[in-house]
Design a protein around this ligand. Structure first.
Ligand code: ADP
Ligand code: MG
Length: 321
């Protein structure tokens, strides 16, 4: 199977009618028509074998995850997806592998009406790079630099299950004996698109990001960009059943610094509380108030008794070691 046959067989599908795609796969470039007056929101994420996933990973799950992590970025901007491109390096043209990858990819793409509009295909060490294009009303994008002192700090869903799944797969001793069914939380994350778009319509919702590298580390990005601090009530964090029997230290590691959660962390004026809760209900995901934004810089954790907690936990950084 040659390069062009591979593209034709696995990655060329008619553009869905009524969407933003004027011209999709097959020409030198794609043509997208956003809704007049809207801004484009663009995000790129790369998955590298051995870095983001294990050699021999299930190709269908990889197809899902490669797109999911990108859609999660659009969700965090409050944007609606229009389409995406796929740059793919493959060691071999293994038809069954590519078919399974495409199945996982297109199942998620179709669920969010986000068609594949182009890409690039080359031989090389397995590497998946997706760029998503979305749109958002001017002034409505949820940015990291918009948090204000006095805002509530909110979290969608729960953190930590993907970290537990990773530990189980790696055979880390502390996680053994947890018969938890958490693999999908690592392999098939759910991008919170409906929630992100709903939040972007609300007055009083300010900053947001999606959690990929751990709650505390990612929160640090909002604090730095916005020039503010935060207080987080550790006992207010929702704890998944699978995490409840872990020793406290490991549970906190999962909750606060786990990574790969793909939940939304966002700030909103306290006047928006009811609207935020309603947006969560409509989007079908729990939203929990976990703290507040402060004028004093820095991050302060509190336990259930209101005592300050020390932590060395930090977010994941590819070049930190
Ligand atoms: P070019 O030489 O202009 O870069 P290519 O030969 O790389 O074009 O690709 C031919 C067409 O196939 C282009 O429209 C490109 O966007 C598309 N394409 C290539 N690889 C992929 C892929 N993995 N997924 C979707 N479309 C792809
Ligand atoms: Mg090319």
């Amino acid at each position: 199977m040659g390069e062009f046959e591979l593209i034709a067989r696995h990655f060329t599908r008619p553009a869905p009618p009524g969407g933003a795609v004027v011209l999709g796969v097959g020409d030198d470039g794609a043509l997208l028509q956003p809704t007049p007056g809207h801004q484009l929101a663009i995000s790129t994420d790369m998955l590298v074998e051995g870095r983001h996933f294990f050699a021999g990973a299930d190709p269908e799950a990889l197809g899902h995850k490669a797109l999911a992590v990108n859609l999660s970025d659009l969700a965090a901007m409050g944007a609606r997806p229009l389409g995406f491109t796929l740059a793919l390096a493959l060691p071999t043209a293994d038809d069954a592998w590519i078919a399974a990858f495409a199945r996982g990819l297109f199942a998620l793409a179709d669920a969010h009406a986000c068609p594949l509009v182009g890409g690039d295909t080359t031989r090389g060490p397995l590497n998946l790079c997706i760029t998503v294009f979305g749109e958002v009303r001017p002034g409505r994008a949820l940015r990291r630099d918009a948090a204000r002192a006095g805002d509530d700090l909110w979290l969608s869903g729960r953190t930590g299950e993907a970290r537990l799944a990773l530990a189980l797969r790696r055979g880390e001793a502390w996680a053994q004996g947890e018969a938890a069914d958490v693999a999908d939380r690592m392999d098939r994350p759910t991008p919170r698109l409906a929630l992100g778009q709903a939040l972007a319509t609300l007055d009083g919702v300010r900053a947001a990001l999606d959690l990929s590298d751990g709650l505390l580390g990612d929160l640090g990005h909002i604090l730095k960009a916005s020039g503010v601090g935060a207080e987080v009530g550790v006992d207010t964090l929702p704890v998944a059943p699978a995490l409840q029997s872990l020793a406290l230290e490991h549970r906190l590691d999962c909750l606060l610094a786990g990574g790969d959660d793909y939940e939304l962390l966002f700030t909103a004026d306290p006047t928006a509380r009811d609207a935020v809760l309603a947006a969560g209900r409509t989007a079908g995901v729990a939203v929990t108030r976990i703290g507040r934004i402060t004028a004093i810089p820095g991050l302060q954790l509190f336990d259930a008794q209101g005592h300050g907690m020390e932590t060395r936990r930090r977010g994941f950084d590819h070049f930190a070691d």
